[in-house]
Design a protein around this ligand. Structure first.
Ligand SMILES: [Cu+2]
Length: 477
């Protein structure tokens, strides 16, 4: 690896330049490659020993001030050079310069205020994914922070404990920005949850999964989303994680822009305790679990059932991505209760809506919601504050068409059914993101509780939202 003082290699400058002058076109070009020629296999000359690096744990961001009921933070959005593949340097975009952004620890009922300073040469913004947030702080795709600009976001955290994440949502460039590193964890801790005595502290571990394509110079190549063979776990390729013989709470996030993970642990049961919206009603044993882009799942895994020296492989299908090494005995005072929390029933719905996601492939791919590409000047419908609604979300591209998923801003939802059949395991609990495979539909139920204003809903395969597969609703009195 040549150590360049330039923040980006020439290749990346060209790629990013194309994007910043014509963001949509850049995305379209990259998406076109998904349907045509695939990128040449690169990076194969690099030698790599699997499970030779420890899994990094993202640093926890410290507030710079505490005022009454608000913790105040400041975070730069900037370019950085980081070591992802051992012995090499990769240019990335990072919150605070970290490739996996620092974790923000929030508490239910206590506010977080964050100033994001944009040190990039292009516009960015920040969306708190899963957050119940006022419209002005939601990171609407057109509400941008220009280069050298700053924006104050306020998160009231009037919601239950959950694994959320923050990421770029700048329209047309969100896919590339998230790909290059603009994402981090935001964990809401809940006083009621503490009484459950689930594993906590260093035994409560956020794990960000994503994929990437590296070239021979360890640059991340932004292109065909289906040609990203390297899976990164908290920013490391096939790391190990040393665990004690006790229970751990593991919070998985799929921060890839388009990949779906099929997680399994050598057939060892994993106890699912949470999803996008926090804890489930009760724990559920699973041996595998699907996770599409933007989704979260939480497991409790009891490594106390395995002798010291055991190595357990977490895999995506058949691809090992993380190795747990059982290395020490431990006293374990944590518990895994039979009941976790009561999920409040939603009122009777007043409104039914049909939402259809599809592509117009007549020219360059254009993403559509109900037949129309995203238009920030258009409000697709208005929602009455306080109403409960049922949305039937369909993949309109046919049985042999494209995969999509669906993310709703502002509120979390229950999945009622899928094409009339019961929801999937991955739909359990409160959700904000679900997978919608070709030719299928899912019915969601949600209540719009309090905040007013304009919010978006979209496919969270970010290469799809970047080319228009997004729409907006407005909550009105
Ligand atoms: Cu899509």
């Amino acid at each position: 690896m040549t150590t360049s003082r330039m923040p980006f290699s020439r290749r990346n400058i060209l790629a990013l330049g194309a994007m910043s002058t014509a963001g949509l076109a850049g995305s379209v070009l990259s998406y076109r490659s998904a349907f045509g020629t695939s990128l040449p296999e690169r990076g194969s000359s690099r030698s790599f020993t699997p499970f030779s690096v420890p899994m990094p744990i993202p640093p926890v961001l410290r507030p710079h001030a505490v005022h009454g009921d608000t913790d105040l933070y400041r975070l730069a959005v900037r370019q950085a050079q980081v070591e992802i593949l051992p012995g090499t340097t990769t240019p990335v975009l990072g919150y605070g310069g970290d490739f996996v952004g620092p974790t923000i620890l929030a508490s239910s009922g206590r506010k977080v205020g964050i100033v994001f300073d944009n040190s990039l040469d292009r516009a960015t913004n920040v969306h708190l994914h899963g957050g119940h947030v006022a419209a002005a702080s939601d990171g609407h795709p057109m509400d941008l922070i220009q280069p050298d600009g700053s924006k104050y976001y306020e998160y009231e955290n009037r919601q239950q404990g959950a694994t959320l994440w923050y990421h770029d949502h700048s329209h047309g460039t969100e896919a590339e920005h998230v790909y290059r590193g603009l994402s981090g964890f935001y964990l809401i801790q809940d006083p009621e949850e503490k009484h459950l005595r689930l594993p906590c502290g260093s035994y409560d571990v956020p794990i960000m999964l994503r994929d990437a394509l590296f070239d021979d110079d360890a640059n991340m190549v932004y292109g065909d989303p289906t040609q990203r063979p390297t899976v990164l776990v908290n920013g490391a390729h096939q790391p190990y994680f040393r665990v004690a013989r006790r229970k751990y709470r593991l919070r998985f996030l799929n921060a890839a822009t388009e990949r779906r993970f099929a997680l399994n642990l050598d057939g060892v049961p994993m106890t699912k305790i949470g999803s996008d919206g926090g804890l489930l009603a009760s724990p559920v044993p699973v041996t595998e679990h699907d996770l599409s882009a933007g989704e979260r799942v939480e497991f409790v895994i009891d490594f106390g059932q395995h002798p010291i020296g055991t190595q357990l492989l977490l895999a995506d299908g058949t691809l090992p991505i993380l190795r747990f090494d059982v290395v020490a005995d431990s006293v374990d005072h944590s518990r895994l209760p039979d009941r976790l929390r009561a999920l409040p029933p939603l009122p009777r719905p007043r409104v039914n809506r049909e939402i259809t996601l599809s592509f117009d492939m007549s020219g360059d791919p254009v993403g559509l919601v109900n037949g129309k590409p995203f238009d920030p000047a258009r409000v697709d419908f208005r929602v009455r504050r306080g109403d409960t609604e049922i949305w039937n979300v369909s993949n309109g591209d046919g049985e042999h068409g494209f995969h999509h998923n669906f993310h709703l801003h502002l509120e979390q939802f229950e999945v009622l059914d899928r094409d009339g059949a019961p929801p999937w395991e991955s739909d359990r609990g409160l959700k904000d993101t679900i997978y919608v495979p070709p030719g299928s539909s899912a019915r969601l139920k949600t209540r719009f509780t309090d905040y007013l204003g304009k919010y978006v809903y979209h496919c969270h395969f970010l290469e799809h939202s970047a080319v228009g597969m997004m729409a907006q609703f407005e909550v009105v009195r």
